[in-house]
Design a binder for this molecule. Structure first.
Ligand SMILES: *Cc1c(COP(=O)(O)O)cnc(C)c1O
Length: 407
């Protein structure tokens, strides 16, 4: 008997969760698994080869960021870099100090700050406006005598909103001039690295987090920029790797992959931006044209070009995600780390999105590998899924396309 299997069409629109590894990156990494496999700390030939690869990757990344090689530290992921930045600054300086962050940080920062609070530190979580952007004025008001660290993400991973990092850095410089205890500035740039030209000097920050798998590099490799002269304590202890800040044998293939992925991304950055912007706008327009009762979360003008966050009224985002998955379309509700919990997204809550609408939010996130056909396919399957789910909704009136009176 012949079994006919129809291959399910697959459209990946969850590139803010992770991206495919670029073939050029894989090619570059490959020899470092098999030929150049030495430990970069060894003094023999094998070790020296590995060390050379490590140095050259570090230099490449430093050059791209307008930093020095000594300012780049590799870690296991973006989460680890965020943790090293936060606990590293806090531990290296006066205890029981005050930290300023925002309500829309990734959990890697948010939960690190919650942990600080549990241990007697004071933390201010700044509000954001309806576009998901913090205000420089609010930041200025939040600074106290014992403030030690400001950690504000560059672009948000759920709605893409870009934060005014440069303006905050200018204010911070002004504030720092008038005080004895310097306030340090960290930014989680995981969602902008490889998508926006990052210049650490222009940004005016002291520490910056990146993660390779968000820009077509391998998973499990992160980096932290630490400005020269900024004292950061390690959070794990061992050898002298990464100047003692992050002990553990360096993962040379992944580090090489990180540098290559950043280089490849930046070489095509204009092309990338044009492409993902056009795809996002096409999907946005298509959804707004065809599907009633939808709300775009955040302002696409103050955001990275590859994220579209949409709320579908009268629908649970989780159900929509599962139905789209059955049709081969991969999206996310809020952030991947938050799915599985039915709590509304902390980001949408901070933006004061109505909780019912927040429950119906879906994040579509693009990459330069996506095509117009991908968007056409989504626009073909999405309207029916939405109307089917709404038919099951007890609060949706199909005739008027409006909510039924909930009294
Ligand atoms: C993905 C992400 C992280 C975590 O990076 P990992 O390498 O997955 O640990 C941190 N911050 C933001 C904004 C992210 O999008």
């Amino acid at each position: 008997m012949r079994v006919i299997t129809v291959k399910q069409k697959r459209v990946y629109l969850d590139n803010s969760a992770t991206t495919v590894v670029d073939p050029e990156v894989i090619r570059e990494m490959h020899p470092y698994f098999s030929d150049v496999y030495g430990n970069a700390s060894s003094f023999h030939y094998f070790g020296r080869q590995a060390k050379m690869a490590l140095n050259s990757a570090r230099k490449k990344i430093a050059d791209i960021l307008n930093a020095e090689s000594e300012e780049i530290f590799f870690s296991g992921c973006g989460t680890e870099s965020d943790n090293i930045a936060i606990f590293g600054i806090v531990n290296a300086h006066h205890k029981k100090s005050h930290v300023v962050t925002t309500k829309i940080e990734h959990h890697a920062v948010l939960y690190a700050c919650k942990y600080l609070e549990k241990n007697g530190y004071e933390v201010t979580y700044l509000d954001v406006d309806s576009d998901g952007v913090v205000s420089v004025e609010d930041f200025k008001k939040a600074v106290k005598d014992n403030t030690l660290l400001v950690t504000i993400m560059h672009a948000n991973n759920e709605v893409g909103s870009i934060q005014p990092i440069e303006n905050i850095a200018v204010e911070l410089k002004r504030i720092n001039k008038k005080r004895k205890n310097k306030i340090y500035f960290h930014t989680d740039a995981v969602q902008t690295a490889g998508k926006v030209r990052l210049n650490v000097k222009k940004l005016g920050i002291d520490l910056l987090t990146m993660s390779a798998h968000k820009f077509n590099g391998p998973k499990g490799i992160g980096a932290l920029y630490v400005k020269k002269g900024v004292n950061v304590s390690p959070i794990t202890f061992g050898g002298h790797h990464e100047n003692g800040l992050r002990p553990g044998t360096e993962n040379i293939p992944y580090i090489v992959g990180f540098a290559k992925a950043l280089e490849v991304s930046l070489n095509r950055i204009e092309e990338y931006d044009k492409k993902v912007f056009a795809l996002r706008e096409k999907l946005k327009k298509g959804i707004l044209d065809i599907i009633p009762e939808v709300v775009i979360n955040g302002s696409c003008n103050k955001a990275v070009s590859n994220i579209l966050n949409v709320s579908f009224n009268y629908i649970e985002g989780e159900s929509l995600l599962l139905m789209l998955d059955m049709k081969g379309v991969a999206v996310s509700t809020g952030s991947a780390c938050a799915s599985g919990s039915s709590e509304p997204s902390h980001v949408l809550s901070a933006m004061c999105v109505n909780p019912i609408l927040a429950q119906g939010a879906i994040r579509f996130s693009f990459d330069c590998h996506n095509t117009e056909e991908d968007v056409d396919y989504v626009l073909e399957v999405l309207p029916r899924i939405v109307s089917n789910l709404r038919l099951m909704s007890p609060v949706y009136d199909q005739k008027t396309f409006k909510g039924k009176n909930r009294s």
